[in-house]
Design a protein around this ligand. Structure first.
Ligand code: APR
Length: 311
């Protein structure tokens, strides 16, 4: 018997709700949207479900507060978390979000033991580690989102500078999500032509800088975090898993010696398919890139040790 895929989205906030709607619109499977707040996931889920006749999708969208309704999911997307409030330090938020992610992943994986988990909650490199520990799943079945969004921003700015379609621009970034990310200009192409041959050095440098602060740019304009492109990034990752696409995506993956790093989740290019991370791809670094990647790994190790998760 064939059956539809089932996807659980945890957190019915801005990113979670947008992701759930995109998954339904793209006909990925039946979507369950779950949140701790009563009424919100139910209302948002029903609202999305009612767009089905117009958008012509056949899947169901259900909002709930009950993990029983999420049972048997193929993919679990984790967006649950708290935004930083005035007076709250980064570390306060780190602990709060780690508790939330640990708790929701434990509940969700109890009823969906065969799922692949995709984590968005920030800091995603750290939360991927928390999610793996909470689930007890194999490392390859837990993936963090950061690079798909970062590289989408990089590609957008490159395409804009070149006045070409972003579809023809490939680029990727590595390392931590944030100021330490490593956008790799050397591995970026437009229509197969290295972007270094198409754009002046200073334009490329400005684009790299804008990519690094891409989240902050939106935050300063909107006074709220980005969620459209983050949701698109999650939907692309879900699709790569459900349809075993084996796409090469920059994602947060567990390293066991690749890039000289052990026991850490960090942004690297990887093949994403039905098993989650099919394999991590190793690229050669210039000395500056290697130094930037090392810094970025360090910025993930510090919060892990604050949470007592380092060994
Ligand atoms: N269980 C389920 N849902 C929870 C829980 C929990 N224990 N704790 C919080 N949530 C829900 C909130 O009720 C809220 O609806 O998570 C949702 C988060 O949504 P938003 O605050 O709108 O945040 P969003 O912009 O979607 O970003 C999601 O990603 O960037 C990270 O860390 C950031 O926490 C943020 C997350």
């Amino acid at each position: 018997m064939f059956r539809r895929y089932k996807i659980t989205v945890i957190g019915a906030g801005a990113t979670g709700a947008t992701t759930a709607h995109l998954l339904a619109l793209k006909e990925m499977g039946d979507v369950v949207l779950i949140d701790i707040v009563e009424g919100v996931p139910q209302g948002r889920g029903l609202d999305m479900f009612e767009s089905g006749p117009i958008e012509e999708f056949s899947n169901t969208v259900l909002g709930t507060n009950d993990y029983a309704a999420t049972a048997g999911s193929d993919v679990i997307v984790v967006t649950a978390g708290m935004p930083r409030k005035p007076g709250m330090s980064r570390n306060d938020l780190l602990k709060i979000n780690a508790d939330i992610v640990h708790n929701v992943v434990q509940q969700a994986t109890k009823v969906s033991p065969d799922a692949v988990i995709v984590v968005l909650t920030n800091p995603a490199d750290v939360m991927a580690y928390v999610a793996q520990k909470a689930s007890g799943f194999g490392y390859e079945r837990v993936i963090g989102q950061a690079g798909v969004l970062d590289s989408a921003r990089f590609r957008t700015f490159l395409a804009e500078a070149l006045a070409v379609s972003p579809r023809d621009v490939s680029a990727f970034v590595m390392g931590g999500h944030g100021d330490d990310m490593v956008p790799l200009v050397r591995y970026s192409y437009a229509g197969g032509i290295p972007v270094e041959k198409l754009l002046p050095q200073e334009t490329l440098e400005a684009i790299v800088q804008r990519t690094r602060t891409g989240g902050g740019e939106i935050l300063s304009l909107e006074k709220a975090s980005a969620y459209y492109a983050p949701a698109s990034s999650l939907a692309a990752m879900v699709k790569a898993v459900l349809f075993d696409e084996r796409r090469i995506l920059p994602v947060i993956a567990y390293l066991r010696g690749e890039y000289g790093q052990e026991d850490i989740y960090v942004g690297v290019p990887a093949v994403v398919g039905g098993n989650g991370i099919e394999r991590v791809l190793e690229v050669e670094f210039s000395p500056e890139e290697a130094a930037a990647f090392k810094r970025s790994v360090q910025s993930v190790r510090e919060p892990l040790s604050l949470l007592g998760l380092d060994q």
